[in-house]
Design a protein around this ligand. Structure first.
Ligand SMILES: [Zn+2]
Length: 446
């Protein structure tokens, strides 16, 4: 039996609910994946790890002078708590985080139109701001048709300290600013802690070189409000289909399948795997990560986190197959990163959606823009390439990470301090991917 787009679409539908890190939906999705693996005839393993979890109990944003107005807001996860009765302070609006932008924010609650990157947050704290308001969405949003995103700070944010923050609709910021608010009151109460998240694993041992492992990864979690069909039930369904393929066609090398939880919270599932399996990492020769495919209108892409020769090999292969594709040497903000950081080459196959045909990380990540035919085509290509590598007489990919990729990984993982020029990456770390096109260009922003 070959690759079936119909079967992948059926799994997509089964996974079509919010699968938020550490919450019931993510756990339910892990159980569905385990059940599918078992049905294929392979024994699944679920590995639990702890991930940060917060619950906002109370959030309110009020303009108190020179007029009164309450503004719809969501609390920013892990930004701490405002005093029980809220904090009231002068209002400041800033357009950047350079010292000149920050001269007058001390003791104030600060509005910035955009997301809150790590270095931005650090600057704000150093400048003495008491709280922050960031924005989300578009001026075109109809409130009944869009959800106001809830942002989350990461460890790298809060190591600089904690000031409470909220997100408001950019549409509200637009109408508010011309009225010159001077005082605001921010109320935020949240519980911060951690809870279990899950990686789902399966493996088919190699018939000839069992100690050489090719790893497939795909995350199955979503952000809040998203049913995550495109991001990333598609990648999960593809990995499942490849598992089925290798169960039916025993591979020469060992093939391992890792369905990651909590990717949207900062690659936490793949990071937990790398941490818990340090001693096995030397066996892993290649990571093939699948994060988003299936758009009816789109373009095939491969981002190679490895030697340039691997780009050439892929380019040669897609030409031989008559399969148009964009290949580039780059990192890709997904689960191949923690492995690449350990020197394991990664190939991220994905299909970027044509402009205007997809939205992710919101309620519009829908199944209607996807097709089984499109999914099957990409999966066939990945299968064809994988077969040649996995069953090669001599493993053709050197386990080496070139300096330019190490540099990018270090920046992404914030081992090196990000310059303002590259500030985009900071927003990325906060977890904001807006749509595939943007993801493609690495300009994910909140
Ligand atoms: Zn994703």
């Amino acid at each position: 039996m070959g690759i079936s787009g119909k079967r992948m679409m059926t799994l997509l539908k089964r996974l079509g609910f919010e699968r938020l890190s550490t919450y019931e939906g993510e756990e339910r999705a892990a159980a569905i994946l385990a059940e599918e693996i078992r049905a294929i005839g392979v024994e699944p393993h679920i590995e639990t790890f702890m991930a940060p979890r917060y619950t906002v109990k109370k959030v309110k944003l009020e303009i108190t002078a020179p007029f009164y107005r309450e503004i719809e807001a969501t609390g920013c996860g892990f930004s701490g708590n405002a005093a029980a009765e809220g904090i009231e302070a002068d209002f400041a609006y800033i357009e950047g985080f350079d010292p000149i932008d920050l001269v007058d924010v001390k003791g104030k609650i600060v509005l910035y139109a955009g997301g809150m990157g790590i270095s931005a947050y650090e600057s704000l704290i150093k400048a003495g701001a008491l709280g922050f308001i960031c924005t989300s969405g578009s001026f075109r949003d109809k409130k009944s048709e869009t959800d106001l995103e809830e942002r989350t700070l990461r460890d790298k944010h809060i190591e600089h300290g904690q000031i409470p923050g909220v997100t408001i609709r950019v549409k509200d910021a637009l109408s508010l600013l011309p009225k010159h608010p001077t005082r605001v009151k921010l109320t935020l109460e949240q519980e911060e802690g951690e809870a279990p998240s899950r990686n789902v694993l399966a493996e088919i041992p190699g018939t000839r070189y069992p100690d050489e492992v090719i790893l497939y990864t795909a995350h199955y979690d979503t952000v809040r409000f998203s049913k995550g069909y495109f991001d990333n039930a598609t990648g999960s369904a593809m990995v499942m289909e490849l598992l089925r393929h290798y169960k039916e066609n025993p591979p020469m090398r060992t093939v391992r399948f890792l369905f990651c939880g909590s990717e949207e919270r900062g690659l936490l599932g793949s990071m937990a795997y790398v941490k818990d399996h340090e001693e096995e990492l030397d066996k892993i020769r290649l990571c093939i990560n699948l994060d988003m495919a299936g758009p009816i209108l789109g373009r095939e892409v491969a981002a190679v986190t490895g030697e340039e020769s691997l780009c050439h090999a892929l380019t040669f292969y897609y030409k031989v197959m008559g399969y148009p594709m964009s290949v580039r040497q780059d990192i890709y903000s997904s689960d191949s990163i923690p492995f690449a950081d350990k020197g394991i080459p990664g190939i991220n196959f994905y299909r970027s959606a044509a402009p205007g045909t997809s939205q992710i990380h919101c309620r519009y990540d829908v199944i209607e823009i996807l097709s089984g035919e499109s999914l099957a085509r990409t999966t066939e290509f990945v299968k064809g390439f994988s077969d040649r590598v996995i069953n090669a007489a001599f493993f053709p990919i050197e386990k080496k990470m070139p300096d330019n990729m190490v540099e990018k990984l270090d920046r992404y993982l914030l081992k090196k301090k990000e310059g303002e020029k590259d500030g985009k990456k900071e927003d990325e770390k906060e977890g904001g991917k807006k749509n595939a096109g943007q993801k493609d260009k690495k300009t994910k922003q909140n």
